[in-house]
Design a protein around this ligand. Structure first.
Ligand code: HAS
Ligand code: CU
Length: 566
């Protein structure tokens, strides 16, 4: 991007793909991250298949396997491991590429340390789930107690991910020093913002794991302050959802304009968007705890207020996406009000998969606003509605975007071609995913409104009449589960093909980075004053969390001994 920003405006048409492969060592680094993420995707999907079919009454599980054990494996592998490794691999690809083409040895060393820590932690945690010693679901709420090694494994994943952040900061800092006075490439700016958000957020869960869960699970402390542990978890848990979403936004803002042969309609708006996410994603965790005692109504209200503010950058993104699409159509000569729609490359999976994700984000985001509205939260909290909400937002919007990324990033890394056949199978796979998730998450929303609780194995509640209303939706959910698992298997098959079997490219692989419509227009410098924004974020966090957390510490609940509920 540093080259492209300096490039003169070319109103006559889109810029060509930036040429160039990755450095061999960067390629190994990125592929390693993607490899682990795909393995986690497979484990998570298979766990999801059996758990989904059990819950809806299609199958019975063998004695040795528990529903909640599968549910834990599903959530941990997909929500925590697949996402984190994929995101880091993707961010590395774009930062290495836009910050002068490759990482330097020091940066790579940091990155590998992070990878080793994260992988070791993942293996530890998954083993504990496998031995049924950590059936505590992906939010690992106290007072359910897992084996200490489960928490230690998660701690390693967190610390390892900090090394990834430092890798990105180090390369950004190196670039800034080499390019004094220049505006950083957009991809790198957004990656830095994502990692700042991530590090601020993970401080909460790190404190929970290190100071509360680990000592308690070893038996060094007899009781745990459950309210505090939940507050620390959700201090992390909400920004976690933006750690998933922002890389998808990076792809939408930076890469897609190039893929659709258009332009970025602004270089400043995406930066402002990401800044707003840093400021407002953290002081909102109470919107997951609206139904809990021990937190004053005023503090819940304040955090809901911030939640409504953090919706704004997503609305800005919706606007920016439509503007980008229209611009690309008009650059290709579209006339009239809607002809630009037809100029979009609908048959290109790199565009099509994320667009399905965008479409799903409209109901998913609306559902989020429902969740955040206190009175309506009383209706939906702890029902399958919430499960439906995140199967739209995370599993469809974000994951479908990740599919779109993988389809070009994997062959770009292995210098192979995304063949027409693979592209078309990818479109089929994206449809299967989208329709499967629409049926699955749509049914979850509806039965949630009919009162079906989330996180429950198959039960008819002693043939309670209300369950009869749920039954047809279970049928749909069971079938939809099969749809989405088939889609994952197809995806992984295509990825293996692109990784190892597709025809080799004659020329260097392509890495799509969009150019701004008006390169002369420089984003305001203040957007890059990180220390200022981190300080403002700290103040907002203090305002939102200071008093309630102080109260939890001053008037602690009696606390709970460890409980094994499985
Ligand atoms: Fe959420 C619960 C509120 C976004 C994930 N959320 C969850 C949980 C997860 C999750 C995993 O306030 C469950 C946690 C658990 O296990 O208990 N959520 C929100 C709000 C937003 C939101 C206000 N959530 C997300 C995203 C997630 C995610 C993103 C993952 C990636 N959520 C809540 C609340 C709860 C909650 C409560 C707690 C519920 C409870 O009681 O437990 C907002 O950020 C949403 C803003 C989004 C929009 C949509 C903008 C649309 C765009 C697309 C444009 C497309 C275009 C293209 C232009 C306003 C950007 C069109 C093209 C076509 C072809 C049509
Ligand atoms: Cu949230």
């Amino acid at each position: 991007m540093n080259e492209t920003v300096r490039e003169p405006a070319r109103p006559d048409g889109p810029a060509p793909f930036e040429r160039g492969t990755f450095d061999r060592r960067d390629r190994a680094l990125i592929l390693a991250h993607l490899g682990v993420s795909f393995a986690a995707l497979l484990i998570g999907a298979l766990a999801g298949l059996f758990q989904g079919l059990q819950r809806t009454g299609f199958i019975q599980l063998p004695q040795a396997v528990g529903y909640y054990q599968l549910l834990t494996a599903h959530g941990v592998s997909l929500a925590l491991i697949f996402t984190t490794f994929f995101i880091i691999g993707f961010l590395y690809s774009g930062t290495a590429k836009t910050l002068d083409g490759r990482f330097r040895p020091f940066e790579r060393a940091l990155a590998w340390i992070g990878f080793v820590l994260m992988t070791a932690g993942t293996v530890m945690s998954l083993l504990m789930i496998l031995t049924n010693d950590a059936t505590v679901l992906y939010t690992f709420y106290a007072p359910m107690r897992a084996a200490p090694w489960f928490y230690i494994g998660l701690a390693l994943v967190i610390v390892g991910s900090w090394f990834s952040g430092w890798t990105i900061f180090a390369s950004y800092y190196r670039w800034k020093k080499a390019h004094p006075g220049e505006v950083s490439p957009l991809f790198a700016y957004m990656s830095v913002a994502t990692m700042i958000l991530w590090i601020i957020a993970t401080l909460g869960v790190a404190a929970e794991v290190l100071f509360q869960l680990i000592p308690w699970s070893f038996g060094w402390t007899a009781r745990i302050n459950v309210e505090l542990s939940r507050a620390l978890f959700w201090y992390f848990g909400h920004p976690l959802v933006y750690f998933w979403l922002l890389p998808a936004y990076i792809y939408w803002y930076v890469n897609i304009p190039q893929i659709i042969k258009g332009r970025l309609f602004s270089d400043s708006l995406p930066r402002l968007t990401f800044l707003l996410f840093i400021l407002y994603s953290v002081p909102v965790g109470f919107h997951h705890q609206l139904m809990e005692p021990g937190i004053g109504a005023f503090w819940k209200f304040l955090q809901i207020f911030f939640t409504m503010i953090v919706v704004v950058p997503s609305l800005m993104t919706a606007f920016a996406m439509l503007a980008t699409f229209e611009l690309s159509g008009r650059l290709k000569g579209a006339k009239g009000r809607f002809e630009w729609v037809r100029k979009l490359p609908w048959k290109d999976v790199r565009f099509f998969a994320p667009v399905l994700g965008m479409a799903m984000f409209i109901p998913a985001g609306a559902g989020g606003v429902v969740n955040a509205s206190y009175q309506m939260n009383q209706v939906v909290h702890n029902t399958l509605w919430v499960t439906g909400h995140f199967h739209m937002a995370l599993a469809t919007t974000v994951v479908s975007t990740f599919f779109g990324i993988a389809y070009w990033l994997v062959p770009a890394l292995t210098n192979r071609k995304l063949t027409r056949g693979a592209n078309n199978l990818g479109i089929l796979q994206s449809w299967l995913w989208f329709l499967g998730m629409l049926l699955l998450a749509g049914s979850m929303h509806i039965v949630g409104l009919f009162g079906e609780p989330r996180r429950t194995a198959y039960t008819t509640y002693r043939d309670h009449p209300v369950v009869e209303v749920w039954l047809p939706y279970w049928q749909v959910m069971g079938v939809a589960t099969v749809f989405v698992v088939l889609s994952v298997l197809l995806f992984l098959g295509i990825v293996v093909y692109l990784w190892a079997f597709a025809p080799r490219l004659e020329t260097a692989a392509e890495y799509p980075i969009g150019t701004p419509l008006d390169p002369a227009q420089r984003p305001p410098r203040i957007l890059e004053r990180w220390s200022l924004w981190i300080a403002v974020t700290a103040v907002l966090i203090l305002v939102a969390y200071g008093v309630p957390v102080w109260e939890m510490l001053q008037n602690p609940e009696p606390g709970s001994p460890p409980i094994r509920s499985w």
